[in-house]
Design a protein around this ligand. Structure first.
Ligand SMILES: [Zn+2]
Length: 292
């Protein structure tokens, strides 16, 4: 196996289902494994990693019935990017329970050829991680995910590979919302330059969300990240709904004081967020349910 074949194999890993439905668990687990590899850990023992994996999945994916890292732990076998210490008693098509993985003391590792490539070409880690991030997660979450898995990439990676996005999107969105956060009105400037203000996609670009004003919101960095992590949503009447799952210092300041309030609307009616996109965000990103 050479580098090209390996990258092609990784590119085939399915992380989206029909109609933009998310299935982010394989990419999340692979990023986790790359982080561990970079820190010198060549094997992941399920029993040892389970609790950490659950926290990590909870943060970056929507798991209404609880995070289930045991599924991708087994299913990655079928993508041939992953090996288990034993497959005896493991069901490759239906998956095996977390108890079984623990009881059998199962661990996982990259196949030997891949390990050899990773040793020979240390920049490969960056390419693979970058590929997974770009295909599966909005940019607002990339640095948080990398930090969560302890993966350090050369800064050039994240800057040079920015996907080709319609450059007008950002300008159009910021202008439509009067260069202010649609949630809190934040509009700090340095001279004339807006600071920490971003154009957010409601339906992620990775899920096929278009670069159109009706799929965008101007949000400050904080609200952008909270929105992409599913801490709040915007309902059909364009009111903010905070997830019941969020708590802690800052909850009132950043979220609850805006609860059930209508967002600041764009100057043109045709630019208002469209229901289809808001529904996608509700189904695929928003965590838990709205507060009363
Ligand atoms: Zn804001």
């Amino acid at each position: 196996m050479d580098r090209k074949e390996l990258e092609a194999r990784w590119a085939k890993i399915k992380s989206w289902k029909a109609k933009g439905k998310r299935a982010p668990h394989k990419p999340l687990l692979l990023l986790y494994a790359l982080g561990a590899w970079q820190q010198g850990q060549t094997q992941l023992q399920y029993a040892k990693e389970e609790a950490k994996l659950k926290d990590y999945f909870r943060e970056f994916s929507k798991s209404p019935s609880g995070p289930k890292p045991h599924y991708p732990f087994v299913f990655l076998l079928n993508d041939k990017v992953w090996e288990l210490s034993s497959i005896e008693g493991i069901d490759k098509s239906k998956g095996s329970s977390s108890k079984r993985l623990r009881d059998l003391g199962i661990s996982a590792q990259f196949p030997a050829e891949m390990q050899a490539l990773l040793r020979e070409q240390p920049d490969l880690i960056g390419h693979l991680a970058e590929q997974l991030l770009q295909r599966n997660f909005p940019e607002s979450l990339h640095s948080s995910i990398l930090q969560a898995v302890g993966l350090e990439l050369a800064p050039a990676f994240l800057l040079s590979k920015r996907r080709k996005r319609d450059p007008r999107f950002r300008g159009q969105i910021l202008e439509a919302y009067g260069y202010s956060c649609a949630v809190c009105g934040f509009n700090l400037r340095l001279g004339h330059q807006p600071l920490a203000l971003e154009a957010a996609h409601i339906k992620w670009h990775q899920a096929g969300g278009p670069d159109r004003a009706e799929n965008g919101l101007a949000l400050c960095s904080m609200h952008h990240k909270l929105f992409d992590l599913g801490a709040f949503r915007i309902d059909d009447s364009l009111r903010l709904q905070v997830s019941h799952k969020v708590h802690g210092e800052g909850l009132d300041y950043y979220l609850l004081r805006h609860q059930a309030q209508q967002i600041r609307l764009p100057h043109l009616k045709k630019y208002r967020p469209k229901e289809d996109y808001l529904n996608w965000h509700l189904e695929e990103v928003f965590q838990g349910y709205s507060r009363d």
